[in-house]
Design a protein around this ligand. Structure first.
Ligand code: DC
Length: 228
């Protein structure tokens, strides 16, 4: 039987990584956060003073960039040219940069290849924007996770406040989320889109536990038990 592949797609801040981490733990399978790879490349471009929209300059970085994923106590570390950048890629500046570099076709070709290689012989839960449509078209479980922009901005606001890194108003965060939604859904290459065979889950009015239970229910209904 083909190893279990779960693809979770959806807009920024819908809770994809939270869900993917829970599934990875409950099912004992690998979690791959594909957005982190786009973020790592964006960080490299920003550090080099390159405009993240500049197709030629960003593409030229690719041949000289090594992005890899390592696991430490079950959690994913993103390694950029030998440096652990897991925390450094979580700023708002890198978020906007990642949205820009991810629209560049050459970038997608290289990172998708890497993602498919990592998933090739391990059961995996992967989150991103094009997992169900492009990276893992044959995944047995495809979820399209969403929530209203207002709710997603509110979640980000609370999270940043809790971490003591809040630097924007709720309205500004909502605006940024809308811009990223627009960019991610309207680019020419693999835009954010629900795969035909993906199950839509709107978490606006669901707690984390309720959302996770719903997805686990879908996994079980496909014939996969919690202990694989
Ligand atoms: O999921 P995230 O916020 O970490 O993703 C950062 C950016 O990368 C996001 O704006 C869209 C892009 N992305 C993508 O185009 N394809 C993916 N599979 C994952 C992320």
């Amino acid at each position: 039987m083909k190893p279990l592949q779960i693809g979770i797609d959806g807009p920024s801040g819908a809770g994809k990584s939270t869900m993917a981490k829970i599934l990875s733990k409950r099912l004992g399978i690998m979690y791959l956060d594909t957005g982190a790879m786009y973020r790592a490349l964006a960080l490299k471009a920003i550090r080099a003073g390159i405009d993240t929209h500049d197709r030629e300059k960003v593409s030229s970085l690719l041949s000289d960039t090594d992005i890899s994923i390592e696991y430490e106590n079950g959690s994913q570390k993103v390694i950029l040219d030998g440096e652990d950048v897991s925390d450094k890629i979580r700023t708002d500046e890198v978020s906007m940069g990642a949205s820009a570099v991810s629209a560049i076709p050459e970038v997608r070709v290289k990172l998708v290849e890497l993602q498919q290689k990592i998933a090739s012989d391990n059961p995996v839960v992967m989150d991103g924007r094009d997992i169900g449509t492009h990276v893992l078209p044959d995944a047995q479980v495809k979820i399209f996770l969403t929530a209203s922009a207002k709710e997603r901005a509110l979640r980000r606001y609370r999270e940043q406040k809790k971490k003591g890194i809040l630097s924007k108003s709720l309205e500004e965060l909502e605006k940024e989320i809308e811009i990223r939604d627009y960019n991610d859904s309207n680019r020419a290459q693999s835009p954010l889109r629900q795969a035909d065979d993906a199950i839509l889950l709107d978490t606006s009015n669901l707690t984390i536990e309720e959302s996770a239970e719903k997805i686990l229910g879908i996994v079980r209904a496909k014939g996969f038990s919690d202990a694989l």
